[in-house]
Design a binder for this molecule. Structure first.
Ligand code: MRU
Length: 339
């Protein structure tokens, strides 16, 4: 399938090219990155974002580090630590960095550059393949003529493949099941308003944008029959961290008796993390709440509570859609059964 845009392109032996998601939807600006600092800045500032894409960026980022700083154990370890420290919640980033580092350190130095680029290219192919399978698994859960609500951005922009929750929605659309996709704006960085609506338009799926604050009343109104979101880290018991506001959507879905699904690749499952309490939550700066870009609307000096993610307890999740199948309650065994 021809892809009209790609959030991260690997330029073997040189660096990576990233679609700057902070400029969307008004400008498709591509940035070439050849240093660890540039990759780290792009992750911190959400030029690249979305848990699975952060995994790909981590793997490719270590290949960039090999070109930028050399292939000694120390150079690679330091680069890994720097990139790992950029965003703490998405498990894919740290896991992908560790996987790439282990691979490199197990090889003689003269082979490390090639191995790291090979590995980054493998991860890029895995993303495409796993997303396709995940979409295929999840689409049948959507009943014909359903409208669904989604949160944040989980399309190709967030994975480098086809997406997670948005890929399920797109596959269900292709199968004639979806009537409409409602997308929350996703305060404060507006991934829903800026990115999801852009992707829905490109996919040709009827889309409606709503303020986050309108989600509960939308669910109560019966205009949507399911909520489906992505994940940044899924604990072994099924508790799931995703973009802040997801927990509220799950509560509203439960209150009004509609299913709430999580869609994520198995790389987003953190088996070492037993429950939601163990998931590190990223808190971001006040300026992202008190304004947007150059515009400020809050008075200078105001304090802000700005967690980037929240944790939805497993009890509120109807099913977890992965490329290997759909995990159900109880998730300890449901997830383990997927291998
Ligand atoms: O802060 P972001 O934009 O990286 O947050 C992204 C999300 O919360 C997504 O829902 C999640 O990473 C899944 S992406 C397929």
């Amino acid at each position: 399938m021809e892809r009209p845009y790609t959030p991260l392109r690997i330029e073997r032996g040189t660096g990576i090219v990233v679609l700057d998601q902070t400029c969307l939807p008004h400008e498709e600006r591509y940035l070439e990155m050849r240093t660890v600092e540039a990759v780290g800045e792009a992750i911190r500032e959400l030029r690249v974002r979305g848990a699975p894409l952060l995994g790909l960026c981590g793997a490719a980022g270590l290949a960039v580090a090999a070109e930028d700083r050399g292939v000694s154990d120390e150079a690679l370890r330091t680069a890994m630590d720097e990139l790992d420290a950029t965003r703490p919640t998405a498990v894919d980033l740290g896991a992908a960095l560790r996987r790439a580092l282990t691979l490199a350190l197990d090889a003689p130095e003269e082979q490390r550059r090639d191995l790291l680029w090979d590995h980054a290219e493998t991860v890029a192919r895995e993303r495409l393949d796993e997303d396709e399978r995940l979409a295929e698994m999840g689409a049948p859960l959507i009943q014909p003529r359903w409208s669904v609500l989604t949160h944040c951005n989980t399309g190709a922009l967030a994975t480098g493949g086809r997406g997670t929750a948005l890929a399920v929605i797109a596959r269900a659309w292709e199968q004639g099941r979806i009537e409409r996709c409602y997308a929350t704006e996703t305060r404060p960085l507006l991934q829903g308003a800026r990115l999801t609506t852009w992707e829905l338009q490109k996919l040709g799926i009827p889309a409606t944008l709503l303020p986050d604050a309108a989600a509960a009343s939308l669910i109560a109104s019966r205009h949507v029959q399911a909520v489906i979101t992505g994940a940044d880290r899924i604990a072994a018991n099924g508790d799931t961290a995703n973009k802040v506001g997801t927990y509220g959507l799950a509560l509203a879905a439960a209150r009004h008796g509609i299913p709430f699904y999580i869609a994520a690749p198995m790389t987003t499952v953190d088996r070492a993390c037993r429950g939601g309490d163990g998931i590190p939550i990223e808190f971001r700066r006040e300026s992202e709440v008190g304004g947007f870009g150059e515009t400020r609307w809050a008075p200078a000096g105001v304090d802000a509570y700005n967690p980037a993610f929240d944790v939805t307890p497993a009890t509120l999740i109807t099913g977890i859609i992965t490329e290997r199948g759909i995990a159900e309650h109880p998730y300890e065994t449901g997830i383990a059964a997927l291998g």
